[in-house]
Ligand binder design. Structure first.
Ligand SMILES: Cc1cc2nc3c(=O)[nH]c(=O)nc-3n(C[C@H](O)[C@H](O)[C@H](O)COP(=O)(O)OP(=O)(O)OC[C@H]3O[C@@H](n4cnc5c(N)ncnc54)[C@H](O)[C@@H]3O)c2cc1C
Length: 487
């Protein structure tokens, strides 16, 4: 328990607010995407500038108070929050500006992607960032883990478009790190912060991002849903066809229940494709014509700006306060084999909850043009990234065990078809997570961690260097889902 006089001193030193249980805004500050997370920190430091961040961080270290950093609050495991410690909350830090000449945006890390989309739309420049398909995802967590966008095949990962980071480093200093950094330590941090995952190497307070003029002002994008009975036919075709797609075309995927258009109360199992073409609609329609030929439930195609599509479509996968457990896996090219499709359809048609869904990201293109060791993001050669979300009502915690076990089992079934997992879909039940998330880059991440944060001030159960490793047995011990720190 921190004596009150010290908390009062911190309160006076901060320009922002220090919230405790019972204060207006405290409960609100704990609302994150995954409603399964029920963690109540001792204090929430609502920072309004980098000095507040450094002050709160130094206080936590001095008083040996465990802390976590909160950006957009979309951590699958809720690692932005913690029980009893301090949350360093950045959500009030939303300044941003565009340098039109350089096509660079500077933004503080309390921004979510939607904030940046709306900001850039208001400039009437047509410029787009390489951001999240979901508009409410925070920029910092997304960026620090790599960041895969609908247009990553055209422009690379989000981190490939990152120019600098203002970072409160584990020694409490505020530094700007970039490709121009001179010291060994700053160069190491620059490497590690591009794919090494949030919460590991410091607190990012601002980013400079390269923004792009897309090939055409609007893009062909939309959703196609086929009855699940056609999954082998549709995905068997997709598996081969997609290898010939130009970098300007990404076709994501979906499995889950949808309402029949004429009978909205009737939910049916579907497989879906989500094309996004960075180019004009006529050309895009020609390119995607082959996937329109299968019997479908609906085809909704649009010609709109990418940010409009991201804002309009992107809430498809939010948990929005319901309870969720997430597993993921990267896949090599041509991995949608008949046996893989059987695993997916078999699992998705027997999901205990009708809200659960599976999506996959289409990678390749410019993502592969950076080497696996140039940044901490290891899975450059993956073609797809699948993600299953078991989603059940927040009001029914008794359904947790069954739903978690279901998604876990799906993950086991997909193991032979997967080549690692995504640290941004962080999964506290994943056996051998360092290798799965970081591959051969993990040893270098550990070396950098020891060098810049020898006392492991930045720690949580899946932080770089943590000894935590679930045993991989089925059914899994679910206790790690309900904590941030290793006990
Ligand atoms: C609906 C949904 C859609 C998604 N879509 C995509 C997608 O299209 N592509 C993709 O690549 N990923 C996607 N993700 C994954 C997303 O990138 C991660 O969940 C990411 O960690 C979210 O970042 P955040 O800032 O919102 O989360 P937070 O929960 O705030 O933070 C995530 C982690 O980063 C740490 N952190 C937060 N801010 C900072 C900071 N400033 N400095 C240091 N550490 C920090 C936190 O402590 C936590 O450990 C999606 C997630 C969801 C829920």
């Amino acid at each position: 328990m921190i004596p009150r006089k010290y908390l009062e001193k911190l309160r006076q030193e901060m320009a922002g607010r220090l919230l405790e249980a019972g204060d207006p805004g405290y409960d609100q500050s704990l609302v994150i995407d995954n409603g399964r997370i029920d963690l109540r920190p001792g204090v929430v430091a609502m920072c309004v500038n980098p000095q507040d961040v450094a002050t709160a961080y130094k206080f936590a270290i001095e008083h040996e108070m465990p802390f976590t950093v909160r950006g957009g609050g979309h951590s699958a495991a809720g690692y932005c929050l913690n029980q009893g410690g301090m949350v360093i909350d950045l959500t009030s830090m939303t300044a941003k500006r565009l340098d039109l000449g350089r096509q660079v945006v500077w933004c503080e890390t309390g921004n979510r992607w939607r904030d940046l989309y709306l900001f850039l739309q208001a400039t009437n420049t047509g410029l787009i960032p390489i951001g999240g398909g979901c508009p409410t995802v925070g920029i910092p967590g997304f960026m620090l883990g790599g960041g895969i966008s609908f247009v990553s095949r055209s422009y690379g990962l989000s981190v490939d478009n990152l120019l600098s980071i203002d970072l409160v480093t584990p020694d409490g200093k505020l530094r700007t790190i970039s490709a121009e950094s001179k010291s060994k330590e700053d160069k190491d941090l620059w490497w590690a912060c591009r794919g090494g995952g949030g919460g590991n190497f410091g607190i990012a307070v601002a980013f400079e991002l390269r923004v792009h003029q897309p090939n055409t002002p609007t893009m062909l994008c939309g959703q196609i849903r086929y009855p699940i009975e056609y999954a082998q036919e549709v995905l068997g075709f997709y598996n081969e066809w997609i290898e010939k797609a130009p970098d300007s075309l990404a076709v994501y995927g979906y499995m889950g229940k949808v309402a029949l258009p004429a009978h909205p109360d009737t939910l049916v199992n579907t497989v879906g494709l989500t094309p996004i073409f960075n180019g004009n609609s006529r050309e895009g329609m020609d390119l995607i014509a082959p996937i329109l030929k299968f019997p479908n439930i609906f085809i909704n195609l649009y010609d709109m700006t990418l940010p409009d599509f991201e804002i309009f479509n992107g809430l498809l996968t939010v948990v929005a306060g319901n309870s969720a457990y997430i597993r993921s896996g990267f896949m090599a090219p041509k991995s949608f084999t008949p046996s893989c499709i059987d695993v997916l359809t078999g699992s998705m048609t027997t999901a205990p909850s009708s809200s659960s869904l599976l999506v996959w990201t289409h990678m390749g293109g410019k993502v592969t043009e950076v080497s696996k060791t140039d940044t901490a993001f290891w899975h450059r050669d993956a073609r797809f990234l699948w993600e299953v979300k078991a989603i059940w009502p927040h009001a029914n915690p008794d359904q947790s065990v069954e739903n978690v076990n279901w998604a876990y089992k799906l993950g086991e079934g997909m193991a032979p078809h997967s080549i690692g997992a995504y640290c941004n879909y962080i999964d506290p039940l994943l056996h051998d997570w360092p290798q799965e998330f970081y591959g051969d880059n993990y040893a270098e991440l550990c070396r950098i961690k020891e060098s810049v944060d020898p006392d492991h001030h930045f720690r949580f159960q899946q932080a770089i260097g943590s000894p935590f490793n679930p045993d991989g047995a089925y059914p899994p011990n679910q206790a790690p889902l309900y904590r941030t720190f290793l006990v």
